[in-house]
Design a protein around this ligand. Structure first.
Ligand code: F6P
Length: 486
């Protein structure tokens, strides 16, 4: 199978490259080792003849990376507009933040159509396409319109919300119908998959049976493939990173003080405000933790041109400054707040230095920082993960200290417990989490998805004469969660 992987953001494979989010870091090792071609945005835009997309192509391990300049006239409406001001808030159950114009929607569709045309260049007889994330919900349908008959899969890295929330997205019906051109749609959790199937059945009136939706496009299988990491490789990176100058400087600066670490894109879904309030509360409830435990919060700027992100940046900065002003002393700063990105080679070492990892999003598809924090720990003296129960990772990492990110008092108490947890309990919890990470690696995720995609293709070929007939579907079956590949 000649696999073509598609995502908006790509990674060029340099460990010093600032963290660009879970997806790009996760896909890198599988493209490098599987020989796939990875197609995405170059981050640049271009005017002119959009019928002939320009791609810069370079080798990436045994695979290749093709970076496209996206159409200048549509980029803003696509990325800042429809993808990140309509879909992103809805997918994270923030319907109150949905903003989208008709132009944004049209630009989103234009960029999906542009990407489909660009992909034809990488198509071979035994190609399969694997589209990633909410930027390209309609790409499968665009490829089918161009006559592509090969298997096309889609994986959603974010959550999929309830029917009422997704219905707040303009053109939701048209978009979700377009998604049914995919042979296989993968989700992070059972709940995401069930929400999607419930929409297909109740809002689109389609037959859903055993995780398969029947539509005018044929059969679409929806299933759960929780994304993983390469824990062994990350552990090696963390051990090596202990000599990195940034990591050594951090360690020296601590002087025996305990450290909690948070690493997030500066995004309202990450729960940064509540997390900082929880630390404020903790130092008020447990004044003995002043000077003995601090927080290092790395918040990488993201999507800065969007109003909600600009507002969040100001709000977080103000809150950090208030908390430092209240609890700080002449020689002690409670929160070190860094507004920039770091490469994984440094992050791995920072995670290993911190006794507590705080990952407390309000909603998150998976959250690979949680998994990376665990993999980076020193096995003989591991740190404690404080994890939101609303991150997909909580389904697997159930021996973390799970918290409700809306309950600030409870979070404050839990972080204090984490800071003083005895070694035996830390090891027991950590070993159980590592066992899960080792059994659901990124390589396994890749193998499970591509195998399921291949099976969908076999089913489609076998059923082609049947589904070519127009069918009336009077029956409705109860949606179920679909298969779980895990
Ligand atoms: O899951 C959504 C996602 O694609 C993540 O993988 C990543 O953290 C983020 O969005 C990247 O966002 P952007 O490319 O807009 O910075």
């Amino acid at each position: 199978m000649n696999l073509v992987v598609v995502s908006n953001r790509v990674s060029r494979g340099k460990p010093s490259e600032p963290m660009t989010g879970g997806l790009a870091a996760a896909l890198l090792p599988i493209v490098e080792k599987s020989g796939a071609i990875w197609v995405g945005s170059s981050g640049k835009v271009r005017d002119g003849n959009l019928k002939e997309p320009f791609a810069e192509i370079e080798a990436l391990g045994t695979g290749a990376l093709a970076m496209l300049d996206l159409p200048a006239a549509h980029y803003g409406g696509y990325y800042e507009g429809f993808a990140n001001s309509a879909l992103w808030p809805a997918l994270h159950s923030r319907a109150d933040l949905i903003r989208a114009t008709q132009e944004d929607y049209l630009s989103y569709r234009e960029v999906n159509a542009f990407m489909a045309r660009a992909l034809l260049r990488f198509r071979k007889t035994d190609s399969a396409f694997w589209v990633q994330d909410y930027h390209f919900l309609a790409l499968g349908a665009e490829l089918r319109d161009l006559g592509v008959t090969e298997p096309i899969g889609f994986f959603l890295h974010t959550p999929w919300p309830s029917r009422s929330v997704i219905s707040g997205v303009p053109h939701h019906r048209e978009l979700i119908e377009a998604m049914l051109a995919y042979d296989l749609i993968g989700f992070q959790t059972d709940e995401d998959c069930e929400n999607f199937l419930s929409y297909a059945q109740s809002d689109l009136g389609l037959v859903v049976h055993d995780g398969v939706v029947i539509s005018r496009h044929g059969r679409t299988r929806a299933a759960v493939f929780p994304i993983g990491i390469d824990p062994q490789q990350f552990a090696q990176l963390a051990a090596k990173a202990s000599t990195h100058p940034d990591v050594s400087r951090l360690r020296r600066s601590l002087n025996g003080e305990k450290l909690a670490i948070g690493v997030d894109r500066l995004d309202y879904s990450k729960g940064l405000i509540n997390r900082i309030k929880a630390f404020d509360r903790m130092w008020t409830l447990h004044p003995q933790l002043k000077r003995t435990a601090s927080l290092l919060q790395i918040a990488t700027p993201s999507r800065g041109a969007i109003e909600a992100y600009g507002n969040l940046q100001s709000e977080v900065a103000r809150l950090v400054s208030d908390v430092n002003g209240l609890h700080g002393e002449v020689d002690w700063t409670p929160i070190r707040y860094l507004n920039k990105g770091y490469g994984q080679a440094v992050l791995a070492g920072l995670y290993r230095t911190a006794q507590v990892g705080v990952v407390t999003p309000l909603q998150d598809g998976m959250n690979l920082v949680a998994k990376e924090y665990v993999a980076a720990q020193n096995p003989v003296d591991p740190g404690v993960l404080v994890l939101s129960k609303f991150a997909g990772a909580a389904n697997e990492l159930d021996t973390a200290l799970l918290v409700n990110p809306h309950d600030i008092d409870a979070m404050a108490r839990t972080i204090a417990v984490a800071l003083s947890m005895p070694l035996t309990e830390r090891r027991m919890r950590w070993e159980a989490m590592m066992a899960k990470l080792r059994s659901h690696t990124i390589q396994q995720w890749f193998a499970d998805f591509t195998e399921a995609l291949h099976e969908c293709q076999l089913d489609r070929e076998a059923l082609a004469p049947v589904i070519a007939e127009p069918v009336l579907w009077p029956l409705r079956s109860v949606p179920n969660g679909g298969a779980r590949y895990h």
